[in-house]
Write a protein that binds this ligand. Structure first.
Ligand code: FAD
Length: 528
């Protein structure tokens, strides 16, 4: 059976070679330890579907694994990792957990190793919602491979929901917790990694460990934002809060960057404020307000119809206020009071009321439209930066309108968060200032050449990075696509020592998440 699969697999390799996919051909000796009887599994190991996991959302990197593990249980994952660990440093096999494969440059892939399809585990293990008795905070125990949209559906059945989100919910729990998970609620609740009470992890030795701030805390904090380096998250205990029914979703425009950022900062620092605060930049776009009209209502339709966006750099402040049906009047008053303190262009006030679910799942509607036009599965040369408050003006004045002459390649997010809501014991690296901005250049590259090409977007990204370095902006990359250990050391700075120590402790043979390109297998100094 396995022999036949391998023949199939080698044939497939040949086909893929002709198709031009970047790949790695493992020899039979490497695969032998995965043969019949080597692993007792509730799920299964497959060889015929390796091409399906040799890609990601970034669409710029393709590494062919030797096998795909479809785990039927946590012990399947532990058995596979343990087997690879037992093979020792001479075996080239590595293990990559794959959430929904929404990485940008091969981070959830492995050349010639084993990809663990975490979603298979999600389907089999059930989510458990705990309502919280009396003073206890409610939580959900979710499998690491579960999509956040499913976590939302399940918790809503109990009138509850997680507190902190990403903009897009078709990402997995383990995948976003390995990065940070940032969205417009982070100013108040911190990123998703600040809202986890406990994790279950399969380490790089194949041990299954439960960890929390009280128990095995070094592994707990290491894994949060840990880029999959210390273990595979098989379960996460996520804090919940009562879910509102409805959301007032508001957009306004600014032409002055200083007023825009001062208003954003005042809002994220206030006690009584909106529930979600983000922002984005548009450069030289035609008819922005007309585009909004498909989903939002203008406060003043006549004034709004006279507004011209062409040729300008504009800043959109986006906010929401949660409410239940019987609280609509109070919500109107609170929103009115908050808006009255802001300095946006009055004619650009738009709003709509949607359900909480519709709001949180908003990017999925765009996904469906883009898929229908064949524009979802194109390369995505994204650049995500964390910029300290003290240099955001210097950054904006050089980038918006100068390095970037338009924003036609995709949205440019820009919003501040409070550092106090991030836990500095986790692995994520952030700027060292009380307020810092997330700036995301979410480019799509549908063309092979010219303005819409990968080359063009990467060239602009490099200009932005070069500027940040030369002007000492103090920027840190989020979802960083570094390819050398030297780059990673510079990224981690003084925190590199802890990161390397944890790697040595929990994944000493550097088996896990090789696609992050931080530790080549068995490259760790043994004397740590
Ligand atoms: P994958 O891409 O499959 O994996 C990511 C990394 O984590 C890999 O190294 C993988 O090996 C590792 N990994 C996966 N599962 C586990 C696990 N269970 N245990 C340990 N390691 C694991 N991020 C934000 O913070 N905020 C946003 O608003 C946001 N919006 C996005 C919108 C879109 C359309 C997309 C495509 C991405 C967005 N992201 C956002 C980025 C997102 O956080 C990353 O793509 C992340 O990688 C999650 O994707 P995934 O679950 O598919 O994980």
């Amino acid at each position: 059976m396995v022999k036949a699969s391998m023949v199939c697999y080698l044939k497939l390799l040949l086909l893929l070679a002709l198709g031009g996919v970047t790949m790695h051909v493992p020899d039979a000796d490497v695969l032998a330890p995965l043969g019949p009887g080597a692993l007792r599994l509730h799920g299964h190991l497959s060889f015929h579907d390796v091409a399906t996991v040799a890609r990601d959302f970034g669409n710029r990197c393709s590494l062919l694994p030797a096998a795909v593990l479809h785990p039927g249980s946590v012990s399947d994952i532990a058995a596979a990792v343990q087997r690879v660990f037992q093979l020792g440093e001479r075996s080239p096999l590595t293990v990559a957990a794959r959430g929904h494969g929404h990485s940008l440059l091969g981070q959830s892939q492995t050349a010639g190793g084993i990809v663990v399809k975490m979603e298979s585990l999600g389907g089999k293990a059930r989510m458990q919602v705990h309502n919280g008795d009396g003073a206890a905070t409610p939580y959900v125990d979710a499998p690491g491979g579960e999509l956040w949209i499913n976590v939302l559906h399940e918790t809503l059945k109990h009138g509850l929901a997680p507190r902190s989100w990403t903009d897009y919910l078709h990402l997995t729990v383990g995948g976003t917790l390995s990065n940070a998970g940032v969205s417009g609620q982070a100013f108040r609740h911190g990123p998703q990694i600040s809202n986890v009470n406990q994790l279950e992890i399969v380490t790089g030795r194949g041990d299954v460990v439960t960890c929390s701030p009280e128990e095995n805390s070094d592994l707990f904090y290491g894994a949060l934002g840990g880029l999959g380096q210390f273990g595979i998250i098989t379960r996460a205990r996520i804090a919940l809060q009562p879910a509102p029914k409805m959301v007032r979703w508001i957009r306004v425009l600014y032409s002055d960057f200083t007023s825009f950022t001062e208003d954003q900062e005042a809002l994220i620092s206030a006690e009584k404020t909106f529930d979600y605060i983000e922002g984005f930049v548009t450069i030289n776009r035609t008819g922005i307000l007309n585009n909004w009209r498909t989903s939002f209502k203008p406060q003043d339709p006549v004034q709004a119809s006279h507004f011209q966006s062409d040729g300008r750099v504009l800043y959109c402040l986006e906010m929401t206020k949660n409410f239940n049906d019987d609280e609509a009047d109070i919500m109107e008053q609170e929103v009115g009071a908050l808006l009255s303190r802001l300095r946006y262009i009055q004619s650009t006030l738009f709003h709509t009321d949607v359900t909480y679910l519709e709001f949180l799942d908003r990017v999925h509607s765009s996904e469906l439209k883009l898929r229908a036009q064949g524009l979802w599965e194109v390369p995505h040369p994204w650049l995500n930066l964390l910029i300290p408050r003290s240099t955001i003006h210097k950054f904006a004045s050089q980038v918006f309108g100068k390095i970037l002459k338009d924003s036609n390649n995709g949205p440019i997010l820009l919003y501040p968060v409070n550092r106090a809501k991030w836990d500095n014991r986790t692995s994520v690296v952030i700027p060292d200032e009380e307020i810092f901005y997330l700036v995301g250049f979410l480019s799509s590259a549908p063309s092979l050449s010219g303005h819409g090409s990968v080359e063009h977007a990467v060239n602009l990204n490099n200009k932005i990075i070069d500027f940040c370095e030369k002007a000492n902006v103090g920027m840190k990359q989020y979802l960083a696509p570094y390819t050398t250990q030297q780059q990673w050391k510079a990224h981690f700075g003084a925190r590199w020592e802890t990161f390397e120590r944890r790697k040595h402790m929990y994944d000493p043979l550097a088996i896990l998440a090789p696609g992050q390109r931080i530790f080549p297998k068995a490259s760790l100094p043994m004397s740590l």
